[in-house]
Design a protein around this ligand. Structure first.
Ligand code: PAF
Length: 280
């Protein structure tokens, strides 16, 4: 695997390959890789001649500095996993490569209504930070295909909208959530949970599945109340549990049909904030 630490070196390498007609798949990450990331890498490898993974913990997208400071850094293990997966290129930039001249202020991002709902409402500035770093990474990598996991579903929609406006040659592909056998969605933050919390954390997905199985016109609000109560009793602090339109995340006050719906949740357990979602 080729490892690049500087944007110019990576761009030069990739431009040569693009001239030869190679298609480039890109998986941006913040490291602490798990099977979810590797599923994106493998999907990219199966569809592109070159797969680039980036690892950069972006300070701009952490609305809580403690979360940034505690973010797991496991670069050596990440490199081993990437090599094993067959990934051809790793981009491991320093802060100056992503934000030259210490310009770590986010540009006002034209995100629109998706910026301030759900995750955006609880993590002010988070999506502006994500938008800024992904914009910068796409300018450097200029991939043919960009792969994102469905766990960060709101992020996926925001980046897809950005690509449609600003990177018309980049196709944004979402990939299903990878889960533990218990149903817990894989996340780098799961490393911060102890054994008991990991067990409890799988209740999030159980609640989503329960609602999906039982929802019908007229019972959404009682199902929501009942599942929040159940999760609270198990030790969660639920920030939101909503039914939304899967194309634009506008919140649906009532349930009509399963076609366009996504159930989406954020909750704290043991000092760790988890998110999850399920299509109806
Ligand atoms: O999903 C993530 O890991 C990050 O938000 C991303 C897309 C790599 C941007 O920093």
């Amino acid at each position: 695997m080729n490892i690049f630490k500087h944007a110019d070196d990576l761009s030069g390498f990739l431009k040569e390959r693009q001239k030869q007609g190679f298609s480039i798949g890109f998986v941006p990450t913040m490291g602490a890789l798990h099977r979810g990331h590797i599923s994106l890498i493998k999907e990219s490898i199966s569809k592109n001649q070159i797969t680039v993974c980036s690892i950069f913990v972006n300070p701009l997208q952490f609305n809580d500095t403690r979360d940034y400071e505690k973010y797991p850094i496991t670069t050596e293990a990440d490199i081993l996993m990437l090599e094993e997966s067959g990934c051809q290129v790793l981009f491991l930039p320093g802060i100056n490569d992503i934000y030259p001249n210490k310009n770590i202020h986010q540009k006002p991002a034209p995100i629109g209504q998706l910026e301030n709902v759900l995750e955006g409402a609880f993590r002010p500035g988070h999506f502006a930070g994500v938008y800024t770093v992904v914009y910068r990474l796409l300018k450097i990598v200029m991939p043919s295909n960009l792969y994102l996991g469905q766990k960060d579903y709101q992020q996926y929609l925001i980046i897809k909208n950005m690509a449609e406006r600003k990177f018309k040659n980049v196709c944004v592909i979402d990939y299903p959530i990878i889960r533990e056998e218990s149903g817990l969605a894989l996340s780098s933050r799961n490393r911060r949970l102890n054994k008991t919390e990991i067990k409890t954390a799988s209740e999030l997905y159980k609640s989503l599945k329960y609602i999906k199985q039982h929802i019908s016109p007229g019972n959404w609000h009682s199902l929501k109340r009942e599942q929040i109560k159940k999760l609270t009793e198990k030790g969660f602090k639920v920030e939101y549990l909503e039914l939304a339109d899967k194309y634009n995340l506008s919140i649906s006050p009532i349930f009509k049909n399963k076609k366009k719906g996504v159930l989406i949740i954020a909750a704290w357990i043991g000092g760790v904030r988890l998110i999850d979602n399920i299509f109806l």
